[in-house]
Design a protein around this ligand. Structure first.
Ligand SMILES: *Cc1c(COP(=O)(O)O)cnc(C)c1O
Length: 373
């Protein structure tokens, strides 16, 4: 089945009690036992499992081409579960431009807990090879990355990980399974902040992990999900599944619009540089073309000629682009990344990041034009 069809039909089960086509929201925390003590519908207690969560996990697993998915109450809760599934003393390799929340979690919590962490340029295979240790258990990739949209070769990094007996985990939040399917490229586990494109309307916080195989590592993740309890509510799951229905069409619009913004910005005299893997001039363009399909995503970063104040002044003048952090919603957002990440940020001070929405591209270009004037 093709992706557009999978997005509509995965986890779609008309309600046997009423015939309702849109799924009901099952708020019940507990489920009735049969007289023989069994649970005929498979549900016991909602932390352990709930119909809305089961449907959205089914949909996410199918979209990523995985065998199973575990949904969490946020992207960070999903990331936390991956590192908790390791053991103290294990070694992990993470990119220098990993999502800033992931970096904070690793350095603020997991180093005390005994995880050995090497931060390196994961987009450079030689640096990954040099960072390997005998007890390396996990390599983390995020491609395209934040905020410079660096591209990492997933297949190559998976080979390096597997030769070393480690797993490759890919944060696929920015690309989504519409544009990039890491499990097919050799990754072992895919992570998403479903807060972003998957839900798509800036109205639900969530995360998911999708595995390519049933193994002990995913069993530990499932244990952390159900016993640790950072699970999404039934309504969160309902919203997420509703968002997934239109994901392939939204990603097409996000990608087309972002390419139009990147081309416009690249030709603008007040812009020093544009970071978008869809531009032929982007250093990761060739790899992105091979491992992504149907577009390069909706995120674009650019440097305004001048200082932080000049960049902030451009963001202050936009009328359609909303000044807010986050990404992946239907509406376009703009942010000064260094202000959001705070001290220690790697974002250049004159960098603005845009999450390009699905408005008409000409309206978006006119807005950037007047803001840069
Ligand atoms: C937003 C985001 C996260 C964290 O997700 P939350 O839902 O905010 O916890 C992780 N990785 C990437 C790439 C993100 O954009």
């Amino acid at each position: 089945m093709r992706l557009e069809t999978l997005a509509v039909h995965s986890g779609l089960h008309p309600d046997p009690a009423t015939g309702a086509v849109s799924p009901p929201i099952y708020l019940s925390t507990t489920f009735e036992r049969a007289p023989d003590g069994s649970f005929p519908h498979g549900y016991v207690y909602s932390r352990l499992g709930n119909p809305n969560r089961a449907w959205v996990e089914e949909a996410l697993a199918r979209l990523e081409g995985g065998v199973e998915a575990a949904a969490f109450s946020s992207g960070m809760a999903a990331i936390m579960a991956v590192f908790q599934a390791l053991r103290p003393g294990d070694h992990v390799i993470v990119p220098g431009d990993v999502y800033h929340g992931t970096a904070k979690l690793l350095h603020g919590l997991f180093s005390d807990w005994g995880l050995e962490i090497t931060v390196t340029d994961v987009w450079d295979p030689d640096q990954v090879r040099r960072a390997l240790r005998p007890h390396t258990r996990l390599i983390w990739v995020e491609t395209p990355s934040n905020p410079l949209l660096r591209i990492t070769d997933i297949a190559e990094t998976a080979r390096i990980a597997h030769e070393a007996g480690a797993r490759l985990v890919c944060d696929n939040t920015w690309a989504t399974p519409v544009l990039q399917r890491p499990l097919e490229l050799g990754a072992d586990l895919v992570m998403h902040a479903t807060t972003k494109y998957l839900s798509g309307h800036s109205d639900v916080v969530g995360g998911v992990l999708v595995t390519g195989q049933q193994d002990d590592f995913f069993a530990r993740i499932r244990f952390i999900q159900t016993q640790g309890g950072a699970v999404p509510s039934p309504f969160d799951c309902w919203l997420l599944l509703r968002g997934i229905r239109t994901l392939p069409y939204r990603m097409r619009a996000h990608s087309e619009n972002a390419l139009a913004m990147a081309r416009f910005l690249a030709a603008h005299p007040r812009v020093e540089a544009v970071f978008y893997p869809g531009l032929e001039t982007h250093p990761g363009h060739e790899i992105a073309r091979q491992q992504m399909r149907g577009g390069f995503g909706g995120m674009v970063s650019f440097l305004v000629r001048g200082s932080a104040a000049d960049a902030l002044a451009v963001a202050a003048r936009t009328r359609l682009f909303i000044r807010a952090t986050s990404l992946g919603g239907v509406e376009s957002l703009i942010e000064h990344r260094a202000s959001v990440e705070g001290p220690g940020t790697r974002a250049p001070e004159n960098l603005l990041r845009i999450s390009v929405g699905i408005e008409h591209p000409d309206d978006l270009i006119e807005d950037l034009q007047q803001a840069l004037a």
